[in-house]
Write a protein that binds this ligand. Sequence first.
Ligand code: DP6
Length: 328
Amino acid sequence: MLKGKARAHTNIALIKYWGKEDEQLIIPNNSSLSLTLDAFYTETEIYFDEALTADIFYLDGQLQDEKATQKVSRFIDLFRQQANCSLFAKIQSTNHVPTAAGLASSASGLAALAAACNQALQLNLSKQDLSRFARKGSGSACRSIYGGFVEWQKGTDDQSSYAISVDSQHFEDDLAMIFIVLNDQQKEISSREGMKRTVETSSFYPTWLTEAQKDLVAIKEAIHQKDFIRLGEITEANGLKMHATTLAAVPPFTYWSDQSLKAMQVIRKIRKDGRPCYFTMDAGPNVKVLCQKEQVSQIKERLAEHFAPEQLIVAYAGKGIELIEMDV
Ligand code: DP6
């Protein structure tokens, strides 16, 4: 039996990945930049076993259905091919998400699975190759291979599209992200579906691409200079531009709920009152607040005037993938 176990943390993009050039290989249309966080992570163990007659997949202790298992099987096939291995596998994955649900992420899940497969099949893949493999499971997963600030360089093909660690002289250690969990029961449009519709139909999409490129250059400069205000301004503006593309899609859609809009207003007000903080959002209504570590308690206090304590989760910069020793 071949076994491996790994942990990966989730990441939140400050410069968003939005749209694919190649849907099969998951080559993006634009490069992106993220912060890996400590509060949300996935631990995955995998056993390749001759005794198995099919892949079996448990998520948080629950045996998963055929559809979910097939998705995971297809991803593991990439590693089986690479290792010339035809064994079936048992996969046990646990999402560590504090309090409210709805924050489990495909990024940490697929990055952890990639690292566990690499270990079990003794592939000795470099981080660069692991990032390429993770990318083929879910684009944003390629950034969760690394800790701190991470850039996914879009590249032009399978070989050249992967993430790298951004040299920041530990700037990320000064930062925090407060998650405002908004559990509105909206109909979900997955990021995959949402970005596809936007690429195909949104008249704002070409502008998004030129803007994202400029924002990436500017944010790297801000990181280099450890300029928090600049970092926050670019993050907030880039997120808004991404979400603007969805309004011009056909048919139009938005991930924002009334609660998201309320959160944005509250954040702007806190900022106006002299506490620097900036928001970003992904393919859902939750709002994430980027701030300095030293200001977390005051900003959280202000947010707590509008949101319940269990809706507010604080995260700090997190590590890249880690292998975990197995006893059995
Ligand atoms: C808005 O990585 O979930 O969070 O590659 O189709 O699996 P697929 O999409 P996914 O998209 C993430 C989109 C985003 C922005 C980001 O994380 O960069």
